[in-house]
Ligand binder design. Structure first.
Ligand code: IPE
Ligand code: IPE
Ligand code: MG
Length: 247
């Protein structure tokens, strides 16, 4: 099926997921298969990001979350980290006008204090420039680790308790959720991981509790909106029970 045919089927089925999250994996293997440096794999992954964003708009999603750089990825060789950071700056600068034209709001999520001043400036710039858009929210996870996010939430709750503004008895799931980076965003309905790896790799551990998983062998630089639409179509046939029994 072509991407247009898949999209037509999705629309016939009706409800689409509100929030799709993607672990964009396989850039290195894509490069290795071609005897290219890993950085070129990352560069070729940029057009897949565009595919995912445009496909999400076409499908009518509310939120698209993209895992671009994990906290653990800081431990990669400095040359690779540098290449990834400059690609990030380049992506943000080059796509900003298009994102604004498409009504995309960009929210960058993670420990942004670790970014270089230039990368930080680029990231803050795109968030400011798109803050009022509401067609699609793209959450870009950079320097992000879910365990660190959970620890940060716990620390903030503890600080409020010590200050006397929060009674520990009032700490419930809503209070906890309010201190996550993703506060205000619905939990992902569907998680796509490319490159075939069957793991979560410290991504949104809280938010993925009842998310449907969709793992595909496609390496990230080969990902197109067709893959997104195929995942959404397959998602539409799933039965989500959330631990309950169906009537
Ligand atoms: C995903 O591709 C991009 C990042 C994690 C930054 P990888 O660089 O992990 O590619 P593989 O997994 O080595 O193929
Ligand atoms: C997960 O991919 C992180 C991102 C896609 C940004 P990794 O390639 O870092 O994960 P592992 O090492 O295979 O678990
Ligand atoms: Mg990988």
């Amino acid at each position: 099926m072509t991407s247009d045919e898949l999209l037509a089927r999705i629309r016939l089925n009706g409800a689409v997921p509100r929030h799709v999250a993607i672990i964009m994996d396989g850039n290195g293997r894509w490069a290795r298969e071609r005897h290219l440096p890993r950085a070129l794999g990352h560069r070729n992954g940029m057009k897949s990001v565009r595919e995912a964003v445009e496909g999400s708009i076409q499908a009518g999603l509310e939120v698209l979350s993209l895992f671009a750089f994990s906290q653990e990825n800081w431990q990669r060789p400095v040359t690779e980290v540098t290449a990834l950071m400059s690609l990030l700056e380049e992506y943000v600068e080059r796509e900003k006008a298009e994102l604004i034209a498409n009504g995309v709001r960009v929210r960058v999520i993670g420990d942004l204090d670790r970014l270089s001043p230039a990368a930080r400036q680029a990231v803050d710039g795109v968030m400011d420039a798109t803050a009022h858009n509401d067609r699609l929210t793209v959450q870009l996870f950079i320097s992000y680790g879910a365990r660190a996010e959970l620890v940060r939430a716990a620390r903030r709750l503890a600080a409020a308790a010590v200050e006397g503004t929060l009674d520990p008895a009032d700490i419930d799931e809503d209070a906890f959720r309010a201190h996550l980076y993703t506060n205000g965003s619905p939990d992902p309905d569907l998680l796509i991981r490319t490159s075939g790896e069957q793991r979560i790799s410290n991504f949104m551990l809280w938010q993925l509790a009842y998310t449907e998983l969709h793992i595909i062998p496609v390496l990230w630089p080969d990902f197109t909106r067709r893959d997104l639409f195929a995942a959404i179509l397959e998602y539409q046939s799933r039965e989500r029970r959330f631990g309950k029994v169906t009537a």
